[in-house]
Design a binder for this molecule. Sequence first.
Ligand SMILES: [Zn+2]
Length: 122
Amino acid sequence: MTWQARYRTKIRQHARVGCRCYGCGGIPTDSDHLFIIRGMGGHDEPELQEDWNIAHLCNACNVARREETAVRAALDKLWRYGPEYIEAKVAALPRKVRPALPKHYFKALELYHQGKKPWRDF
Ligand SMILES: [Zn+2]
């Protein structure tokens, strides 16, 4: 499949599920690991490809790597899955994956405990 065809397929997939870029609200074209990047040695564990760990972003927001974008994505995952689920997922990762949650997770967790919703409040 050519690069362009793959890109178009991805845009269609995202449009179908109705998700939007966590940074700008636009059409997402990229998928980024949100909490846990990948295993040491560059292994990408299948667990890390699951929805709780994947943020859909447009390319500009993916490249910009703004903390606000990551916090909004994390907040959305917290409302969707709950902190217990996410933390249990991270704790159960294979040992070669560093099981540490990033700063944007804890910022989002604080907002979650305050009842703040992604897009509406942050
Ligand atoms: Zn964007």
